[in-house]
Design a protein around this ligand. Structure first.
Ligand SMILES: Cc1cc2nc3c(=O)[nH]c(=O)nc-3n(C[C@H](O)[C@H](O)[C@H](O)COP(=O)(O)O)c2cc1C
Ligand SMILES: O=C(O)C(=O)c1ccccc1
Length: 316
C-alpha cells in the first residue's frame, strides 16, 4: 500500500526510535549550577556566526520536503528565520531552489544560509549544487556524513510512505514524478554515494568552492580530529535527529568529549532533541557554540497549513 502520511516522514526516527527519544530525554540528566551575586543587568543572547550577529544561538537545521508541510515550505522557513534573526540550513531535497529561499528570507531581514549536501553518485550534479549555493550567497556547505544510505524507518514503511505528487526538487534537479517512479528508498538514497570517504570528498569540495566546509553528523572525538586534519571549518554533532543509525548516543552525551578533542581548533555545533532554552544553555555549557533545531520548525509549518484549511472550511 502506498500512503502519504506526512507525520510518518516528519516525526519518525529509525527502527526502534531509541535515539530520537534519547536525544531529548538526555537533557534531563544535566542540571544547572548557578553562581550568585553576578551582575546580570546587561546580558545578551547574541552570538556571531558567519561574520554577523544572530539574535540567539539557535539556527534551523536543513530538512527536506518542507513543501509537504506547507505550500510555501522552505520559503516560509527562510522568512521566519530572518524575522527571528537566525540562520537557516537549506536541504538538497528542498522543494524550492536555494536562490528562491535566500530571496524570500532576505526580503524580510538579514539572514545567512548554509547549503546541505550529500556525497552523491553523480559528482557533476553535486558540483552544480555547490556552485549554485555559492553564487546565491550561502556561507557554508554542510556535508551530511551520516547518510551514505537512507536510515531504516519502520514507521514510513508500515504505511508505504511516498513523497506526494506535485513537489519539485530543484536542487537535485528532479520532479516529483521522477522521484515517484522509483521506490521511496531508491528515489531518495540512490543519489547518495555509499562509497564516500574523507579523502574522496573533502579535498574535492575544497577545490571547487571557497565556502566554509562543515561536516554534519559527527559523534566521536576521532571524527572531530579527522575533520581538523582535512581542514574543515566546523562540525555539527548530530545523529540526524535519530533518523539514520538508531542506538547511537544522544548528541548532548557525546558533546563534551567532542568539544575536548576540538581544543578550539574547529567550530562545534550540535543538533538533535533541542526543545527549550535550558537545552540550549546546557549545550553551550558543555562545549557547543550554537544549536540547530529540525522538527519543531516543521511542526510550525504544518500547523499553519492546518489552520488555513480550518479557516477556509469555517468561512464557507
Ligand atoms: C523531516 C526531516 C527531514 C530531514 N532532512 C534532512 C536533510 O535533507 N538533510 C540533512 O542533512 N538532515 C536532514 N534532517 C535532519 C536535520 O537536519 C537535523 O539533524 C535533525 O532534525 C535534528 O533533530 P531534531 O529534529 O530533533 O531537532 C531531516 C530531519 C527531519 C525531521
Ligand atoms: O529524511 C531525512 O532525514 C533526510 O535526510 C531526507 C532523505 C530524503 C529526502 C529528504 C530528506
Amino acid at each position: 500500500m502506498r500512503g502519504n502520511r506526512a507525520p510518518d516522514f516528519f516525526n519518525s526516527g529509525a527502527t526502534n526510535q531509541v535515539t530520537i527519544h534519547e536525544n531529548s530525554s538526555s537533557y534531563q540528566k544535566y542540571r544547572i549550577l548557578p553562581r550568585v551575586l553576578k551582575d546580570v543587568s546587561n546580558v545578551s543572547t547574541a552570538i556571531r556566526l558567519f561574520d554577523r550577529d544572530i539574535t540567539f544561538p539557535l539556527c534551523v537545521s536543513p530538512a527536506g520536503l518542507q513543501g509537504m508541510a506547507h505550500a510555501d515550505g522552505e520559503l516560509a522557513t527562510s522568512r521566519a528565520c530572518a524575522k527571528a534573526g537566525v540562520n537557516m540550513g537549506v536541504s538538497s531535497y528542498a522543494n524550492h531552489s536555494v536562490e528562491q529561499i535566500i530571496a524570500a528570507g532576505t526580503e524580510v531581514g538579514p539572514i545567512h544560509h548554509v547549503m546541505q549536501l550529500y556525497s552523491m553518485t553523480d559528482r557533476e550534479k553535486e558540483a552544480r549544487i555547490v556552485h549554485r549555493a555559492e553564487k546565491a550567497g550561502c556561507k557554508a556547505i554542510f556535508l551530511t556524513a551520516d547518510s551514505p544510505v537512507l536510515g531504516v524507518r519502520f514507521n514510513e514503511w508500515r504505511n508505504g510512505f511516498m513523497p506526494p505528487a506535485g513537489l519539485d526538487y530543484p536542487m537535485i534537479e528532479k520532479t516529483s514524478e521522477q522521484i515517484q517512479q522509483q521506490s521511496h528508498d531508491d528515489g531518495f538514497s540512490s543519489f547518495n554515494s555509499a562509497s564516500h570517504s574523507w579523502a574522496e570528498e573533502i579535498p574535492w569540495l575544497r577545490s571547487i568552492t571557497k565556502m566554509e566546509i562543515w561536516i554534519k553528523g559527527v559523534l566521536t572525538p576521532e571524527d572531530v580530529e579527522m575533520a581538523i586534519q582535512y581542514g574543515c571549518d566546523g562540525v555539527v554533532i548530530s545523529n540526524h535527529g535519530g533518523r539514520q543509525l538508531d542506538e547511537t548516543p544522544a548528541t548532548i552525551d557525546v558533546l563534551p568529549a567532542c568539544a575536548k578533542a576540538a581544543q578550539g581548533r574547529i567550530r562545534i555545533h550540535i543538533d538533535g532533541g533541542i526543545r527549550s532554552g535550558s537545552d540550549i544553555f546546557k549545550a553551550l555549557a558543555l562545549g557547543a557554540e550554537c544549536c540547530w533545531v529540525g522538527r519543531p520548525m516543521l511542526w510550525g509549518l504544518a500547523v499553519r497549513l492546518t489552520l488555513s484549511v480550518l479557516w477556509e472550511s469555517i468561512k464557507s
